[in-house]
Design a protein around this ligand. Structure first.
Ligand code: ZN
Ligand code: FE
Length: 250
């Protein structure tokens, strides 16, 4: 048993993910409703769940309209997002479990981008919103570097072949920055070339995988000697904070 993930490109650079299994569907971070409803009709599927990672409008903007069309859909979000996610009825804590299509996923509390951010880990699939990006990570709007390091540490421990379904197409820009601070990383240099070509050809770079991110994403590489040298720091939180600060100015 497995669900199929459909990736919808919406707004400027957001991705919405529709999970489909035999007539039922779930959606992750519906920024807008209309393309989701079109997809559900095309699939002939009924929406049973909305999985939100955090309260930002480009992740929950479609909740109300989807609920109007599919009133029985259940809206999941982090417990600490209570009052910030439209229609939310399930308030998830770290290590809570959710199911879709007969598959059980685990909720990971990953604060940093926002104080309530969660990720959904199903076997082989990670839906991580704006916490881990392909080649980067979310800005720290409501959290500290140390929280983000803890959050990313959890994601970094997932199996290497886990698909990383992040919510934005930011890979090319992220890698442009990454090569400036990790210039001797051959895996990163190779990936940068591949991603440049993909974006020239308008090919989405999502999903990535945990293995690829561990090898090339500077925000998961606080223990790499190269990044410790560049940041002149050795302690994880400080290496990370330095890289985040440099990226914010890039
Ligand atoms: Zn966000
Ligand atoms: Fe976002």
């Amino acid at each position: 048993m497995a669900f199929v993930v459909h990736r919808l490109a919406v707004l400027q650079d957001n991705y919405v993910f529709v999970l489909h299994d035999r007539g039922e569907a779930a959606v992750v971070d519906p920024a807008v409703a209309a393309p989701v409803i079109d997809k559900l009709r095309e699939l002939g599927a009924r929406l049973v769940a909305i999985f939100n990672t955090h309260h930002h409008h480009d992740h929950v903007g479609g909740n109300r309209e989807l609920l109007a069309a599919y009133p029985e859909a259940i809206v999941y979000g982090g417990a600490a997002d209570e009052g910030r996610i439209p229609g939310q009825t399930v308030f998830l804590q770290h290590h809570d479990r959710v199911t879709f299509g007969g598959i059980t996923g685990e909720v990971l509390f990953v604060p940093g981008h926002t104080r309530a951010h969660i990720a959904y880990h199903f076997p082989g699939h990670l839906f991580c919103g704006d916490t881990l990006f392909s080649g980067g990570c979310g800005r720290l709007f409501e959290g500290t570097p140390s929280q983000m390091v803890q959050s990313l540490s959890q994601l970094r421990q997932l199996p290497d072949d886990t698909k990383v379904w992040c919510a934005h197409e930011y890979t090319l820009n992220n890698l442009k920055f990454a090569v400036t601070i990790d210039p001797d990383n051959a895996a990163l240099a190779d990936r940068f070339e591949i991603v440049k070509q993909m974006r020239t050809d308008h090919i989405p770079t999502i999903p990535s995988t945990i293995g690829v991110e561990k090898a090339t994403n500077p925000f998961l590489r606080w223990d790499s000697p190269a990044l410790q040298r560049v940041t002149k720091q050795t302690e994880a939180d400080r290496v990370f904070a330095k890289i985040r600060g440099m990226k914010d100015l890039f």
